[in-house]
Structure formats: C-alpha cells, structure tokens
Design a protein around this ligand. Structure first.
Ligand code: ZN
Length: 247
C-alpha cells in the first residue's frame, strides 16, 4: 500500500498542480492530507476541488487555517497577516468548499491500523513540533510507531532511538528514508503551498507501507504566478514575497 502524503497546501493552486502532475504516473493507493488546505494563498476553492476530484481513497484531517476560514473559530490566536488571509478566504469560499472544510475530521486519526495523522501534533492541532523536546511529549502519548504531522512546513523526521530523539531536517530534491524496526517516528512531509525551509519548491512525500520507506520529494512550480494572484487578490504582499524565498 502506497500513500501520497500532502500537507499545508495553503490555497496554492500552482504548487498543487505541480505536485499532482509529478505523481500522475506514480502508483499510490490513497491520498493522505494533514490539513491546511486553505489560508495564505489565492486559490482556496480550486485547491479543495482538485483534491476532492482525485480518484483515490482519501484520508484527511483539518488544519488550524481550515478551522478559522470555515468559521468554526474566530482566529483569535492568529497573527494579523494570517487573520487577514483567513477572513479573505472565508469570503471567497463557495458553500460547498466551506462545508467540506467544516466536515474535515480533527486529528489525530488512525489510518488502516498502520499509522496516525494529525495537523500540528498528536496532542494538539495548533502545537508545533520543532525540537526533540516537542517530539518527546508526543512520543509519550502516541499509541503508534509512526505519525505524520504538518503545520511547521519543515520536512523533518524525529526518531525515537534507544538513547534519545534524533532530529533530521530533510534536504534535497529527493530523499529515500528507510524506517527501522523498533524505532518510532514523527514525520513531516513539508508543505505543498508555502515551504519554509528556504527551499522554494513544493514538498510532499510518498509512504510505501509494505517496504517501510518514506520518499520525500520537491517539485518546482510557477511561483511568480502564485505570487501574482496573491497580489491581485488584495492579500498582504508579504504572503506572495515569502514564496520567493521559501520562508
Ligand atoms: Zn500551515
């Protein structure tokens, strides 16, 4: 069983197109989305529609931006730029798209008895996992050896080893990560729509559960077009500019 793992799409239609055309001829059985379909970018309905149209089984959780843009939460903890983008998104969402976001389950959820998915962390969809100590709390509460999470927008692997937690930031255009039996993992595939690891390319991963391998991948997309749409929509210019530097 192969799982395409997408996170933090953030209304970036160009980035999602590039990812989907990269995997078009690739074998995968299930699409897993770790939340934040919307927020920041200018294509909320388009991004939601394209994921919905994929003819694969889908397992998805909502992200914090999905929660706020769909009106389930006022966004009190958002910074002003994120809040502006969420308000803009709320106005742009079709009734269908809004309903889709409202109905997304809250993580963590278990997938096929094999692994767990969540947005921020298994304990809290708004919490970040950046450090070994962030990971330690979550390993303690996690009932599985493998969890995919998003939210930080940094492709990363946290491994619970006998003598502590190893933290790896995943670099490069393609990385094959073999999971070791007896180890436990918290894994972030990176962000499709707003990479923040100073690599501007869209990030995603494919998990081959039979082989125990996670393939991390990056794909270039039309950043200029995505930025232009953000500017034309009247969204804060900083949201377009950060795509140019991957931050
Ligand atoms: Zn996000």
């Amino acid at each position: 069983m192969r799982y395409l793992i997408l996170s933090d799409l953030h209304s970036n239609g160009e980035a999602l197109s590039a990812v989907l055309s990269r995997v078009r001829r690739r074998a995968y059985d299930c699409v897993v989305v770790l939340g934040d379909f919307v927020g920041y970018g200018a294509d909320p309905n388009d991004v939601i529609e394209r994921v919905r149209r994929l003819r694969r089984r889908k397992v998805m959780v909502r992200g914090n931006h999905d929660r706020v843009a769909s009106g389930l939460d006022t966004g009190g903890i958002f910074n002003p730029v994120a809040l502006l983008a969420a308000r803009w998104t709320t106005q742009m969402l079709t009734a269908d798209s809004r309903q889709f976001l409202v109905e997304l389950p809250v993580g963590p959820i278990e997938v096929d008895g094999r692994f767990v998915i969540c947005h921020g962390s298994p304990l809290d969809e708004d919490a970040y996992i950046f450090s070994d100590s962030d990971a330690a709390w979550n390993f303690r509460s996690l009932g599985h050896d493998l969890c995919f999470f998003g939210h930080s927008h940094i492709p990363s692997v946290f491994t619970l080893e006998p003598d502590g937690i190893r933290v790896d930031v995943v670099r490069g255009r393609r990385q094959r990560w073999k999971l070791q039996p007896g180890r436990r993992y918290l894994i972030n595939p990176g962000s499709v729509g707003q990479p923040r690891d100073r690599n501007v390319a869209a990030a995603f991963a494919v998990y081959d559960a039979d082989k125990g391998v996670v393939e991390f991948e990056r794909v270039a997309y039309d950043i200029a077009a995505a930025r232009e749409k953000i500017l034309r929509a009247g969204l804060p210019g900083a949201l377009g500019d950060r795509l140019l530097i991957g931050a």
